[in-house]
Design a protein around this ligand. Structure first.
Ligand SMILES: [Zn+2]
Length: 351
C-alpha cells in the first residue's frame, strides 16, 4: 500500500518565507500532492478535487479534503486512511464544517452550515465526548481525532471502507458509507496526482542547445547539461523561485582558492561563479561558470525569465558555456540530480 510521503521529510523555511518540504532519498518525483511541499492549491486544483468528489461538491469541500490528506500525511498514514476519512466525511456532512444549535459554542467557530443531529458537530459529526468543541470544529483537528480512532482498530487497512468507517463512527447506518467510496477514491487520486505548482518554465539561454549531456557514457558523473551559449549570453531564471546560493567555487586540486573573475580551465576544480534557485515542488536549478559575480543575491525572489548573470568560463571549464543542473531536492547532492532534458521537457520546454 502506498504511503503518503517518505519518512524523514523535514520542514525548511527558506529566506522567501515559503515553507517547503525537503524529502529523503526515498522520494522520487518532482510533483507533490496538492497542498504539500509549498504547492498551494490553485483554482484548477480545487476544481479537479471537487469534480472528483462528485456532484454538489465545491471549493470549500475540496479544501477540507486536502486538509484531511495533509493530516494523514503528517502521520505517515497510507492513502486508504484518507479514502476511509473522506467517505465518512461525505456521508456525515458532505465534507462541511457544521455547527449545531444544540452546542451553542460551536457557532463561534468558522463553519459551512448548520446541522441538527443530536449534539454532533464538525466535518465528521463528532459528539462532545470526542474532544473540545474547538478541535471538533477544526478540519485538521477533527481529522486528527478520526485518524486516532481509525488507528486503534486492528487491521483497519484490510477492512472494507464502509466497515472501517462504521467502526470509527459507531454509526446507526453502517452501509451508508459505501456509496461514497468511489468519490473518495477519485478525490484521493486527484490530490495525490500532484499540483503542477512551479509555474511556467523557460529555456535559460534560448537558442543554444545541449553540447554535452547529462551522465553520458563519456561523462557518467556529469550532473548537468552543457548549453553551448557564447560568452556574455544573458542567463535567465528557468522558473520562479528563491535564490538560495550565489557562490564563487574555483580552487586547485590541493584546495587553494582561485578567482572566478577570470576564465578557468579543465585543471581547475569547482563550478566557478554559480547560482542556485529553489523552486516549488522541491525542485532546484543550478547555473555554473558565470562570467562575473551574478546579478542576483541570496534571498532574492525571482520570476521565470529574470536575469541571473552572463555566460562565462569560470571554474572547471574549457570554454564559455552554461552548465545547468536540476535537482529534486533543495539540498542537492549527486543522488538528487535529474536529467535536465527530461525535467524541462515535462514542463513543456525543449533544451
Ligand atoms: Zn557541465
Amino acid at each position: 500500500m502506498k504511503r503518503l510521503l517518505a519518512i524523514g521529510a523535514v520542514l525548511l523555511v527558506l529566506a522567501g518565507g515559503c515553507a517547503v518540504l525537503v524529502l529523503g532519498a526515498a522520494q522520487q518525483a518532482h510533483r507533490f500532492p496538492i497542498g504539500i511541499g509549498g504547492c498551494a492549491a490553485s483554482a484548477a486544483d480545487l476544481e479537479a478535487v471537487a469534480a472528483a468528489l462528485g456532484d454538489g461538491y465545491g471549493e470549500a469541500q475540496a479544501r477540507h479534503a486536502i486538509t484531511i490528506w495533509q493530516t494523514a500525511a503528517e502521520r505517515d498514514l497510507p492513502e486508504q486512511a484518507v479514502v476511509v476519512a473522506l467517505a465518512t466525511a461525505m456521508q456525515e456532512s458532505r465534507i462541511r464544517v457544521l455547527s449545531n444549535p444544540a452546542v451553542p459554542e460551536s457557532e463561534n467557530f468558522p463553519h459551512d452550515g448548520e446541522g441538527f443531529d443530536h449534539d454532533s458537530i464538525g466535518i465528521f459529526q463528532q459528539r462532545p465526548h470526542w474532544g473540545d468543541v474547538a478541535v471538533l470544529m477544526d478540519p485538521a483537528g477533527s481529522a486528527g481525532l478520526f485518524f486516532d480512532a481509525l488507528e486503534r482498530i486492528d487491521g483497519w487497512e484490510d477492512l472494507p471502507v464502509t466497515v472501517a468507517a462504521q467502526r470509527v463512527q459507531v454509526s446507526a447506518y453502517p452501509d451508508a458509507y459505501a456509496k461514497h467510496e468511489d468519490g473518495a477514491r477519485a478525490a484521493v487520486a486527484a490530490i495525490g496526482g500532484g499540483a503542477d505548482c512551479s509555474g511556467e518554465w523557460m529555456h535559460p539561454v534560448a537558442g543554444f542547445g545541449v553540447v554535452s549531456g547529462w551522465r553520458s557514457a563519456e561523462r557518467p558523473t556529469h550532473n548537468g547539461v552543457d548549453l553551448g551559449a557564447p560568452r556574455g549570453t544573458a542567463i535567465l531564471a528557468a522558473a520562479a523561485g528563491d535564490v538560495v546560493k550565489v557562490v564563487c567555487n574555483a580552487h586547485t586540486p590541493a584546495g587553494r582558492q582561485l578567482s572566478c573573475d577570470v576564465d578557468g580551465s579543465p585543471n581547475v576544480m569547482g563550478c566557478g561563479w554559480y547560482v542556485e534557485i529553489a523552486h516549488a515542488e522541491g525542485l532546484l536549478t543550478r547555473y555554473c561558470h558565470l562570467r562575473e559575480r551574478p546579478e542576483v543575491n541570496i534571498g532574492d525572489t525571482v520570476a521565470a525569465g529574470d536575469l541571473l548573470g552572463y555566460v562565462g568560463s569560470s571554474g572547471r571549464s574549457s570554454g564559455p558555456h552554461l552548465h545547468l543542473e536540476v535537482h529534486r531536492s533543495h539540498a542537492p547532492t549527486f543522488d538528487t540530480a535529474l536529467s535536465p532534458v527530461e525535467l524541462f521537457s515535462s514542463k513543456g520546454v525543449a533544451l
